[in-house]
Design a protein around this ligand. Sequence first.
Ligand SMILES: [Zn+2]
Length: 260
Amino acid sequence: MTDRKDFKHLQLERLTPKEVREGGFDTAVLPVGATEYHGDHLPYCTDTLMAVALSERFAAEIGTALVLPPVAYGMSLHLIKWPWTMSVRPETLTAIVIDVAESLLAHGITRLLVVPAHDGNPGPIESAARELNDRHGLTVALFSGWQSLGRRLLAGRYDIDLDHGGSSEMSIVLYTAPDLARQQRAVDVPNQQMDHPVRVFGPFSNVVPHGYSGQPSKGSAEEGSAILDAIAAEAGTFLRELAANGWVNGSWMSGIARED
Ligand SMILES: [Zn+2]
Protein backbone atom coordinates (compact mmCIF):
# COMPACT_ATOMS: atom_id res chain seq x y z
CA MET A 1 0.00 0.00 0.00
CA THR A 2 1.40 3.37 -0.98
CA ASP A 3 1.36 5.98 1.80
CA ARG A 4 -0.74 9.00 0.96
CA LYS A 5 1.07 12.29 1.54
CA ASP A 6 -0.76 14.77 3.76
CA PHE A 7 -0.93 18.46 2.89
CA LYS A 8 -3.86 19.51 5.10
CA HIS A 9 -1.71 22.23 6.66
CA LEU A 10 -1.68 24.03 3.28
CA GLN A 11 -5.48 24.09 2.75
CA LEU A 12 -7.00 27.51 3.43
CA GLU A 13 -10.41 26.04 4.26
CA ARG A 14 -8.95 24.11 7.22
CA LEU A 15 -6.98 27.00 8.73
CA THR A 16 -7.84 29.92 10.98
CA PRO A 17 -6.47 33.45 10.42
CA LYS A 18 -3.83 32.77 13.08
CA GLU A 19 -2.25 29.93 11.11
CA VAL A 20 -2.53 31.90 7.90
CA ARG A 21 -0.77 34.88 9.51
CA GLU A 22 1.96 32.71 10.95
CA GLY A 23 2.46 30.81 7.68
CA GLY A 24 3.76 33.84 5.78
CA PHE A 25 1.91 32.82 2.62
CA ASP A 26 2.26 35.02 -0.46
CA THR A 27 0.91 32.72 -3.20
CA ALA A 28 -2.46 31.06 -3.84
CA VAL A 29 -3.12 27.85 -5.76
CA LEU A 30 -6.63 27.31 -7.13
CA PRO A 31 -7.67 23.73 -8.02
CA VAL A 32 -10.37 23.57 -10.71
CA GLY A 33 -12.03 20.18 -11.01
CA ALA A 34 -15.31 18.90 -12.40
CA THR A 35 -18.36 16.88 -11.39
CA GLU A 36 -18.44 14.38 -14.15
CA TYR A 37 -19.37 10.86 -15.24
CA HIS A 38 -16.30 8.62 -15.54
CA GLY A 39 -17.94 5.17 -15.78
CA ASP A 40 -18.99 2.88 -12.92
CA HIS A 41 -15.42 2.42 -11.69
CA LEU A 42 -14.68 6.07 -10.79
CA PRO A 43 -16.40 8.74 -8.67
CA TYR A 44 -17.84 12.01 -9.95
CA CYS A 45 -15.11 13.91 -8.10
CA THR A 46 -12.26 12.24 -10.03
CA ASP A 47 -11.04 15.44 -11.70
CA THR A 48 -11.44 17.46 -8.50
CA LEU A 49 -9.33 14.90 -6.60
CA MET A 50 -6.58 15.30 -9.17
CA ALA A 51 -6.78 19.11 -9.22
CA VAL A 52 -6.46 19.19 -5.42
CA ALA A 53 -3.66 16.60 -5.29
CA LEU A 54 -1.61 18.50 -7.87
CA SER A 55 -2.32 21.86 -6.22
CA GLU A 56 -1.17 20.56 -2.84
CA ARG A 57 2.11 19.34 -4.29
CA PHE A 58 2.71 22.55 -6.23
CA ALA A 59 2.02 24.58 -3.07
CA ALA A 60 4.52 22.43 -1.15
CA GLU A 61 7.11 22.93 -3.91
CA ILE A 62 6.62 26.72 -3.86
CA GLY A 63 6.92 26.71 -0.06
CA THR A 64 4.90 29.87 0.66
CA ALA A 65 1.65 28.92 -1.09
CA LEU A 66 -1.83 28.13 0.22
CA VAL A 67 -4.30 25.89 -1.60
CA LEU A 68 -7.71 27.53 -2.04
CA PRO A 69 -10.94 25.50 -1.77
CA PRO A 70 -11.45 23.72 -5.11
CA VAL A 71 -13.95 24.69 -7.78
CA ALA A 72 -15.88 21.42 -8.08
CA TYR A 73 -17.83 22.43 -11.22
CA GLY A 74 -16.00 22.55 -14.53
CA MET A 75 -16.77 23.30 -18.14
CA SER A 76 -18.24 19.90 -19.01
CA LEU A 77 -20.82 20.73 -21.69
CA HIS A 78 -19.19 18.18 -24.00
CA LEU A 79 -19.95 15.44 -21.44
CA ILE A 80 -23.42 16.61 -20.41
CA LYS A 81 -25.11 13.65 -22.10
CA TRP A 82 -24.02 11.30 -19.31
CA PRO A 83 -26.12 11.12 -16.13
CA TRP A 84 -25.44 13.65 -13.36
CA THR A 85 -22.58 15.36 -15.14
CA MET A 86 -22.71 18.98 -14.03
CA SER A 87 -21.36 21.87 -16.09
CA VAL A 88 -20.89 25.57 -15.90
CA ARG A 89 -20.71 27.66 -19.08
CA PRO A 90 -17.22 28.73 -20.24
CA GLU A 91 -17.94 32.35 -19.32
CA THR A 92 -19.07 31.29 -15.84
CA LEU A 93 -15.76 29.56 -15.18
CA THR A 94 -13.88 32.58 -16.54
CA ALA A 95 -15.88 34.79 -14.16
CA ILE A 96 -15.19 32.54 -11.15
CA VAL A 97 -11.43 32.70 -11.73
CA ILE A 98 -11.55 36.49 -12.18
CA ASP A 99 -13.59 36.87 -8.99
CA VAL A 100 -11.23 34.64 -6.98
CA ALA A 101 -8.20 36.56 -8.28
CA GLU A 102 -9.78 39.93 -7.47
CA SER A 103 -10.59 38.67 -3.95
CA LEU A 104 -6.92 37.76 -3.54
CA LEU A 105 -5.90 41.19 -4.81
CA ALA A 106 -8.06 42.76 -2.12
CA HIS A 107 -5.78 41.00 0.39
CA GLY A 108 -2.57 41.96 -1.38
CA ILE A 109 -1.97 38.51 -2.89
CA THR A 110 -0.65 38.92 -6.43
CA ARG A 111 0.64 35.41 -7.06
CA LEU A 112 -1.94 32.93 -8.38
CA LEU A 113 -1.46 29.49 -9.89
CA VAL A 114 -4.56 27.83 -11.37
CA VAL A 115 -4.60 24.04 -11.69
CA PRO A 116 -7.36 22.49 -13.77
CA ALA A 117 -7.46 18.70 -14.14
CA HIS A 118 -10.13 18.46 -16.81
CA ASP A 119 -9.82 19.20 -20.53
CA GLY A 120 -12.77 21.62 -20.71
CA ASN A 121 -11.28 24.00 -18.13
CA PRO A 122 -8.01 25.46 -19.48
CA GLY A 123 -9.68 27.55 -22.23
CA PRO A 124 -11.97 29.56 -19.91
CA ILE A 125 -9.14 29.89 -17.35
CA GLU A 126 -6.79 31.24 -20.01
CA SER A 127 -9.42 33.85 -20.90
CA ALA A 128 -9.56 34.86 -17.24
CA ALA A 129 -5.75 35.03 -17.00
CA ARG A 130 -5.50 37.33 -20.01
CA GLU A 131 -8.33 39.51 -18.75
CA LEU A 132 -6.72 39.80 -15.29
CA ASN A 133 -3.40 40.78 -16.79
CA ASP A 134 -5.04 43.44 -18.93
CA ARG A 135 -7.12 44.82 -16.03
CA HIS A 136 -4.62 44.65 -13.17
CA GLY A 137 -1.23 43.69 -14.63
CA LEU A 138 -1.60 40.45 -12.68
CA THR A 139 0.46 37.46 -13.81
CA VAL A 140 -1.61 34.28 -13.51
CA ALA A 141 0.18 30.96 -13.91
CA LEU A 142 -1.72 27.99 -15.35
CA PHE A 143 -0.78 24.31 -15.18
CA SER A 144 -2.73 21.99 -17.47
CA GLY A 145 -2.28 18.80 -19.47
CA TRP A 146 -1.21 16.52 -16.63
CA GLN A 147 -1.72 13.34 -18.65
CA SER A 148 0.55 14.42 -21.52
CA LEU A 149 3.25 15.65 -19.15
CA GLY A 150 3.00 12.52 -16.99
CA ARG A 151 3.23 10.37 -20.11
CA ARG A 152 6.43 12.13 -21.18
CA LEU A 153 8.05 12.16 -17.74
CA LEU A 154 7.29 8.51 -16.95
CA ALA A 155 7.93 7.03 -20.41
CA GLY A 156 9.61 3.66 -19.97
CA ARG A 157 8.34 3.26 -16.40
CA TYR A 158 4.59 3.51 -16.88
CA ASP A 159 2.37 3.78 -19.96
CA ILE A 160 0.36 6.86 -18.89
CA ASP A 161 -2.79 7.10 -20.99
CA LEU A 162 -4.63 10.22 -22.17
CA ASP A 163 -8.07 8.73 -21.63
CA HIS A 164 -11.14 9.98 -19.80
CA GLY A 165 -11.73 7.32 -17.13
CA GLY A 166 -8.79 5.15 -18.20
CA SER A 167 -5.79 3.78 -16.33
CA SER A 168 -4.19 7.10 -15.35
CA GLU A 169 -7.35 8.51 -13.76
CA MET A 170 -7.97 5.13 -12.10
CA SER A 171 -4.44 5.33 -10.69
CA ILE A 172 -4.97 8.83 -9.32
CA VAL A 173 -8.15 7.80 -7.49
CA LEU A 174 -6.58 4.56 -6.20
CA TYR A 175 -3.80 6.67 -4.70
CA THR A 176 -5.64 9.78 -3.48
CA ALA A 177 -8.98 8.27 -2.38
CA PRO A 178 -8.88 4.45 -2.44
CA ASP A 179 -12.24 4.25 -0.67
CA LEU A 180 -13.85 5.88 -3.74
CA ALA A 181 -12.20 3.62 -6.34
CA ARG A 182 -14.22 0.70 -7.76
CA GLN A 183 -11.57 -0.94 -9.92
CA GLN A 184 -13.31 -4.33 -9.65
CA ARG A 185 -16.06 -2.89 -11.88
CA ALA A 186 -13.65 -1.61 -14.53
CA VAL A 187 -14.38 -2.88 -18.03
CA ASP A 188 -11.59 -1.88 -20.42
CA VAL A 189 -12.49 0.01 -23.59
CA PRO A 190 -9.15 0.44 -25.38
CA ASN A 191 -8.85 3.69 -27.27
CA GLN A 192 -7.00 2.96 -30.48
CA GLN A 193 -6.56 6.48 -31.84
CA MET A 194 -5.59 9.44 -29.67
CA ASP A 195 -3.46 12.56 -29.79
CA HIS A 196 -4.71 13.88 -33.14
CA PRO A 197 -2.89 16.83 -34.74
CA VAL A 198 -6.05 18.98 -34.83
CA ARG A 199 -8.56 19.46 -32.00
CA VAL A 200 -12.25 18.99 -32.87
CA PHE A 201 -14.96 20.36 -30.57
CA GLY A 202 -18.24 18.48 -30.26
CA PRO A 203 -20.04 16.07 -27.92
CA PHE A 204 -17.50 13.68 -26.43
CA SER A 205 -20.17 10.96 -26.67
CA ASN A 206 -19.60 10.93 -30.45
CA VAL A 207 -16.00 9.84 -29.83
CA VAL A 208 -16.36 7.72 -26.70
CA PRO A 209 -19.82 6.13 -26.72
CA HIS A 210 -19.42 4.42 -23.31
CA GLY A 211 -18.66 7.61 -21.42
CA TYR A 212 -15.06 6.64 -20.80
CA SER A 213 -12.20 4.89 -22.57
CA GLY A 214 -8.89 3.23 -21.84
CA GLN A 215 -7.85 0.36 -19.63
CA PRO A 216 -8.76 1.25 -16.04
CA SER A 217 -8.00 -2.34 -14.99
CA LYS A 218 -4.31 -1.51 -15.45
CA GLY A 219 -4.31 1.45 -13.04
CA SER A 220 -2.52 1.24 -9.67
CA ALA A 221 -1.92 3.38 -6.61
CA GLU A 222 1.81 3.16 -7.33
CA GLU A 223 1.27 4.67 -10.78
CA GLY A 224 -0.88 7.44 -9.26
CA SER A 225 1.84 8.28 -6.76
CA ALA A 226 4.52 8.25 -9.48
CA ILE A 227 2.47 10.61 -11.70
CA LEU A 228 2.03 13.12 -8.88
CA ASP A 229 5.67 12.99 -7.79
CA ALA A 230 7.05 13.33 -11.33
CA ILE A 231 4.82 16.28 -12.24
CA ALA A 232 5.43 18.02 -8.90
CA ALA A 233 9.19 17.76 -9.34
CA GLU A 234 9.10 18.99 -12.95
CA ALA A 235 6.70 21.89 -12.39
CA GLY A 236 8.16 22.70 -8.96
CA THR A 237 11.52 23.66 -10.42
CA PHE A 238 9.83 26.10 -12.80
CA LEU A 239 7.47 27.50 -10.15
CA ARG A 240 10.36 28.28 -7.80
CA GLU A 241 12.13 30.07 -10.64
CA LEU A 242 8.93 32.02 -11.38
CA ALA A 243 8.71 32.99 -7.71
CA ALA A 244 12.39 34.02 -7.64
CA ASN A 245 11.65 36.32 -10.58
CA GLY A 246 8.81 38.12 -8.81
CA TRP A 247 6.07 35.92 -10.31
CA VAL A 248 6.19 37.76 -13.64
CA ASN A 249 7.29 36.55 -17.03
CA GLY A 250 10.45 38.03 -18.45
CA SER A 251 13.77 37.42 -20.13
CA TRP A 252 14.58 34.75 -17.53
CA MET A 253 12.20 32.56 -19.57
CA SER A 254 13.98 33.11 -22.89
CA GLY A 255 17.53 34.05 -21.97
CA ILE A 256 17.27 36.95 -24.43
CA ALA A 257 18.74 40.15 -23.01
CA ARG A 258 16.79 43.41 -23.29
CA GLU A 259 18.15 45.99 -25.70
CA ASP A 260 16.56 49.14 -24.24
ZN1 LIG B 1 -11.55 13.02 -15.64
